[in-house]
Ligand binder design. Structure first.
Ligand SMILES: [Zn+2]
Length: 610
């Protein structure tokens, strides 16, 4: 995606070179009320031999396979004179046209009623299109340019928002398949607010907030002011803006309670779908996704793992680097909201607390490294599965694992090298991001060695915490900033049964987490808990009560049913392993001047006021 695009010269060249070869789509929405769109695709200069057309099975920004072919039907092929051609559906999402002339037109109906960053949705208020979920493409023509025309004249006040290049007359251009697939498009009666930013080279670019929501213009304008402040903190980390293609970056925002919801990054835009009634009243709650996705316009869109290049539309790419691509983005997404003043230092401590608890207490990290967690993304990222997996015991999200790694590295660089993770991100940006050279894990290690002037530190850090499964000394690291990491419930008994699901008064185990007392007692998912220490478990409170009546090390009888059969076992209470991060002031300790300075330079604004 990165190599072919970019400069205006390359665009002109490709336009000239492929002017006869462009694949042209038209899309219309005559049955939007029932969530259908009609797509036609004209392919000129079709080479001799069977023409194969397919739907994608993956989407930029997602790491698992999705079956977009399931919502395509009534697919037909025609030759240049309009005569219908015979076709063979050789797989669910693959169509072969063995005999054809010079040009082929494909038409089909696409259904979409899932509003998020991955799928498509059509109704009377909008056409919300993730491109891989909407557009079929011919095999072997990835370098051909695409033109897409949207027909929506019957819809009141609809307008198009997309990172695609506008060509006039509701027609948009992409230089090749990779860019096209990366360019989600929203057509709606949305509201916009935009502002200009000046890059270090003096070039002006425009950032747009496009909101399809039930808010008034004033709310959207005010939200753009908040985003502008957030963007300032992002710029302070990286030192410069990316060069957005055509000089624009778009936040494509869709807010409605029935939405599916998520955020998806793209090269010059992001789709952010949220489930509140409006923006108004929820402004700061909605910011986290904005901050995360915007960070991606550097980290992943340009500072990009080699394993994601080129993006494979028939099967998800396997990546070793999502702990950095997603995890470091997750860390900064939250941190920069604190720096921008939208979240408090207490909020930041709570976020770090979640990360540290997960990375020190989840069974999924005991035997698996951040790299291995990244590789599991092909299954974890909304992959297609209805059967049970052992995810809870063998996996911790690369978002969480990576963010906890970013936290440790940031504190380590600050404490031991008088450097920061911002310095590291800028070094990676200079070496790989700005020149758009896809990186590998050894490249990341090398850059850390150069930055710290200590390659053996970098080698050791990667060996232990990236390739390996060791965990950093978070208590020691956090104390530098005057935060105390300690047991949240010292001396309190614990079963490992966080929450039971109650159906018809039956207490059913929703999970059995490795290493916990219930796991060791032989209890498993689906078992029905009857009594603990003679007490009938009829609700969560009865389990809490019996747990609180014991101390770690106590052994009690448990009765339960396993596949309908009554059984009993012994359970040994452990000490509650939950941790908490508390500012040292709140523990009765004193915040030293060094701690205060460390904390401020980490969590306070980095925007230099002129
Ligand atoms: Zn992300």
């Amino acid at each position: 995606m990165k190599k072919i695009l970019g400069t205006a010269a390359a665009m002109l060249l490709s336009l000239g070179a492929f002017a006869q070869n462009e694949i042209s789509y038209t899309v219309s929405f005559p049955n939007a009320i029932h969530h259908e769109a009609e797509v036609s695709m004209l392919i000129p200069n079709v080479p001799a031999g069977t023409l194969t057309v397919r739907m994608s099975r993956s989407s930029p920004g997602r790491y698992a396979t999705h079956e977009f072919g399931k919502n395509v039907y009534s697919l037909k092929a025609f030759d240049g004179s309009g005569k219908e051609l015979a076709l063979n559906q050789s797989a669910g999402d693959v169509y072969e046209i063995p005999n054809h002339g010079k040009s082929v037109k494909i038409t089909y109906t696409i259904f979409g009623n899932w509003i998020d960053g991955t799928y498509a949705g059509f109704d009377e208020t909008h056409a919300h299109m993730n491109i891989p979920a909407t557009f079929a493409f011919p095999i072997g023509m990835d370098n051909r340019a695409r033109l897409v025309k949207f027909n929506y004249s019957e819809k009141q006040n609809w307008k198009v928002a997309t990172q695609l290049k506008p060509m006039g007359n509701d027609t948009y251009y992409a230089a090749n398949l990779q860019y096209f697939m990366d360019s989600p498009t929203e057509i709606a009666n949305y509201k916009t607010a935009s502002w200009q930013v000046k890059n270090t080279d003096g070039k002006m670019q425009t950032i747009h907030l496009v909101s399809h929501s039930n808010d008034d213009q004033k709310t959207v304008d005010n939200y753009a002011v908040m985003l502008k402040k957030m963007v300032g903190e992002h710029l302070a980390v990286w030192g410069e803006f990316p060069n957005y293609d055509y000089g624009n970056y778009y936040f494509l925002h869709d807010v409605y309670p029935d939405n599916a919801g998520d955020g998806m990054e793209h090269r010059n835009s992001t789709i952010i779908v949220q489930r509140t009634p409006k923006i108004d009243g929820y402004e700061s709650n909605l910011l986290g996704t904005f901050s995360h996705e915007y960070f991606h316009s550097w980290n992943v869109e340009r500072l990009r793992p080699k394993t994601l290049e080129p993006f494979n539309f028939t099967h998800s790419n396997m990546s070793n680097e999502l702990w950095l691509a997603e995890g470091f983005t997750q860390y900064y997404g939250a941190l920069l909201l604190t720096r921008a003043g939208f979240k408090t230092v207490e909020n930041a401590a709570q976020t770090f607390n979640g990360l540290v608890n997960a990375v020190l207490n989840s069974p999924g990290v005991k035997n698996y490294s951040p790299i291995q967690a990244s590789r599991y993304a092909v299954f974890a990222d909304a992959g297609v599965a209805i059967d049970q997996t052992n995810k809870g015991n063998i996996f911790l999200s690369y978002y969480t694992y990576g963010a906890a790694t970013a936290l440790a590295l940031d504190l380590r660089l600050r404490a031991d090298f008088k450097l920061t993770l911002d310095d590291y991100m800028r070094a990676l940006w200079k070496a790989y991001g700005k020149p758009e050279i896809a990186y590998t894990v050894p490249d990341l290690e090398k850059t850390l060695g150069v930055l710290t002037k200590n390659p053996s530190f970098a080698a050791d850090f990667f060996k232990r915490y990236i390739y390996g499964i060791e965990k950093s000394d978070y208590a020691k690291l956090l104390l530098n900033a005057g935060f105390v990491l300690r047991k949240a419930n010292p001396g309190k008994a614990y079963t490992g049964l966080m929450r039971l699901s109650f159906e018809n008064g039956k207490a059913t185990l929703p999970q059995s987490t490795g290493g916990t007392p219930v796991y060791q007692a032989g209890l498993d998912v689906g078992d029905v808990l009857l009594t603990v220490d003679g007490v009938e478990i009829k609700d969560q409170a009865s389990l809490t009560k019996v747990t609180e009546a014991h101390k770690p090390g106590d052994v009690v009888d448990v009765t339960y049913t396993y596949r309908g059969e009554a059984k009993s076992t012994k359970l040994t209470f452990a000490e509650n392993p939950a941790l908490e991060i508390v500012s040292i002031e709140k523990t009765g300790g004193s915040l030293t001047k060094d701690m205060q300075t460390f904390r401020d330079s980490w969590l306070n604004t980095q925007v230099k006021l002129k």
